[in-house]
Design a binder for this molecule. Structure first.
Ligand code: MLT
Length: 328
């Protein structure tokens, strides 16, 4: 019997005896890499770092952030699917990388559902329509009129085709009936710098990224695309209050491992994620940024898998109706 078969036999025997394979018991044996598929400073990075810090305490090993940006988050996601499925490489994916990308990338190098081992949903985020301070509109109706009048020159910043900032503005453009220029960045962290500087005109971005800037008065927010106002920005009206009730969207961050990661290791990572989300400091920081904690049923591997399946089914027709793919 060769070594590989011997190791497999030991693991199977251990499992049969109700003893988790040694790997699960000694996991993590070294620091865990958390891939953030966007540039540092953006919402995915901010949420990832908050959660990683707390997970490090629970796991007893450092969770190290690795920003792997590009192609709307699909570059980093592809990197994860090629990593060793031993639990030492995980990722924060989201609505873009693991749902909208199916319709946006005809040649996507991974299957957002089957090439990952779901660990648990991390949080959901509201989307806000924000603009540079001196954009000549003071509310959503005036913004819509400005956008229609300046469709050819307006610059919409986002984090690449398939990113959340891209797809949620696709929705807005379809409702208003425009197809403006788009300016892709490696994340909405860098994009925010140019919005504050006035180099680009507007963004559809996650509350965790826009809240600090809106509070500082460096950009302005026209509406939050949800039924209720967001606790981090209570003065920003909802799209319903602002006259665009059809523009409502919630986006999410999910923690994922490569497919084939042993179930006991996925369970241990889920335990560390749950402990992080139960940590008072984490909850305070996420609440301050306007993020919402996941519903209990989505904080499990099986719950997340079913949720992502439903999200792919939801977003695919929306993207197809917008007539956009990464190639055009
Ligand atoms: C996105 O737009 O998909 C993300 O917000 C990008 C980021 O996290 O930087």
């Amino acid at each position: 019997m060769n070594r590989r078969h011997l190791v497999t036999a030991i693991a199977a025997t251990a499992l049969a005896a109700g003893i988790a394979p040694a790997t699960a018991q000694t996991f993590p044996a070294r620091p865990v890499v958390m891939i953030i598929p966007f540039a540092a400073g953006g919402p995915t990075d901010v949420v990832g770092r908050i959660v990683a810090e707390a997970m490090s305490k629970n796991l007893g090993q450092t969770v190290v952030i690795e920003n792997v940006a590009g192609a709307g988050g699909t570059t980093g996601s592809t990197r994860l699917t090629g990593a060793q499925p031993d639990g030492h490489t995980i990722m924060i994916g989201h609505t873009g990388t693991n749902a909208a990308s199916v319709a946006l990338y005809p040649n996507l190098r991974y299957n957002p559902l089957t090439d990952f081992a779901p660990i648990g949903l991390v949080n959901t985020n509201a989307i806000l329509l924000v603009a540079k301070k001196d954009l000549p509109a003071s509310n959503l109706s005036e913004f819509a009129a400005w956008l229609k009048a300046n469709e050819r020159s307006a610059n919409n910043a986002h984090a690449g085709i398939g990113s959340v900032s891209h797809t949620t503005c696709l929705l807005l453009h379809a409702i208003i009936g425009v197809k403006p220029q788009s300016v892709p960045y490696r994340g909405t962290g860098p994009a925010m710098n140019d919005l504050v500087g006035g180099q680009v005109d507007y963004m559809c971005d996650q509350v965790v990224n826009v809240a600090p800037q809106v509070r500082a008065g460096t950009i302005k927010a026209f509406a939050v695309a949800q039924a209720n106002r967001n606790g981090a920005l209570p003065d920003v009206p909802t799209t319903t209050e602002a006259g665009l009730p059809n523009y409502q969207v919630v986006v999410w961050n999910a923690m994922l491992a490569p497919k084939g990661t042993p179930a006991p290791i996925v369970a241990r990572l889920n335990e560390a994620l749950r402990a992080a989300l139960a940590d008072a400091n984490v909850r305070t920081r996420l609440a301050d940024l306007g993020a919402d904690l996941p519903a209990e049923n989505l904080a499990t591997p099986d719950g997340l898998r079913a949720f992502m399946e439903a999200e792919i089914a939801k977003w695919t027709p929306v993207i197809r109706a917008a007539g956009v793919t990464a190639g055009n």
